[in-house]
Ligand binder design. Structure first.
Ligand code: SF4
Length: 268
């Protein structure tokens, strides 16, 4: 088989915390949408690193560190491209490990069914009318009330760290760790997120497929990807995926600039 060839690009993005600049190799061939996930994550991580540096410069300390997995009991939303990438990663695991992961996903599914959440969470990945943040609030609360560990959490450590969703990479707080005992009711101070990678990928998928920009609950993402495996096989030119993704990132960056402006406006 001929190895894929790549075209080199340097991407520069102006974010509210400074410029993100990264060199990327984009496949010249037609590729599935999951191929764009590593690039999206890289941009997000570089922006988060700038936000972390800015936070430290102000004298604040980021509380999050290895071994603390308090936030791994929250409902994590993932975009369709991330769901496909996750399924691909799990499919490539050695048999024993893959069976263990799938078993955990089944156990989580059963627990969600028992808690009367399964149907509502499944619907989130199929809806043509995504719920607003306010509409998601009671679902998030019910889910968090279970204090159920993420199926990928193993001895309080993320077992898919390199492949974890963008939402997991973006949540950092400067409030004391003890406050993470109740993430929904305690007054946490999360770091602002310069580039929201999950929503950008959700918008990309929405445009490619002319569907709603839905976000899928992480425990059901692999199941969702299986159910949508025909779409997983569809391909687009690598450069087209990159350009479309950057356009979505640009839209979200504009919103973030505007949001931060209102936060710093006198009287806010
Ligand atoms: S994927 Fe990893 S980091 Fe994200 S919630 Fe699950 S265990 Fe935590």
């Amino acid at each position: 088989m001929t190895p894929p060839s790549f075209e080199q690009f340097t991407i520069s993005l102006k974010t509210p915390v400074g410029e993100v600049s990264t060199a990327v190799g984009v496949p010249t061939s037609f590729v599935p949408v999951a191929s764009i996930v590593p690039l999206a994550r890289r941009l997000g991580e570089e922006a988060v690193a700038l936000e972390e540096a800015r936070t430290r410069d102000t004298g604040d300390r980021i509380s999050c560190q290895k071994g603390c997995a308090a936030c791994c009991r929250m409902l994590v939303p993932v975009s369709a491209p991330e769901a496909f990438a996750l399924r691909e990663m799990i499919d490539g695991l050695p048999d024993e490990r893959r069976h263990a992961v799938l078993q955990k996903l089944n156990t989580t599914r059963a627990r969600l069914e028992e808690a009367d959440l399964l149907a509502r969470l499944t619907a989130l990945g199929e809806t043509e009318s995504p719920l607003s943040d306010d509409e998601m609030e009671p679902i998030n609360r019910e889910y968090y009330a279970l204090r159920m560990a993420c199926p990928f959490l193993d001895q309080e450590t993320c077992s898919i760290y390199e492949h974890r969703p963008a939402a997991c990479r973006e949540l950092l707080v400067t409030t004391p760790p003890a406050l993470c005992d109740d993430l929904l009711n305690n007054p946490l101070r999360p770091l602002p997120v310069p580039i929201r990678v999950g929503p950008a990928l959700a918008l990309l998928w929405s445009e490619l497929k002319q569907c709603a920009p839905m976000l899928i609950p992480l425990p059901l993402a692999v199941e969702w990807a299986h159910a949508h495996s025909d779409e997983e096989q569809e391909v687009w030119k690598g450069a087209e995926l990159m350009e479309r993704l950057l356009a979505k990132v640009g839209v979200l960056l504009e919103q973030e600039f505007a949001h931060r402006k209102t936060q710093t406006a006198p009287g806010s």
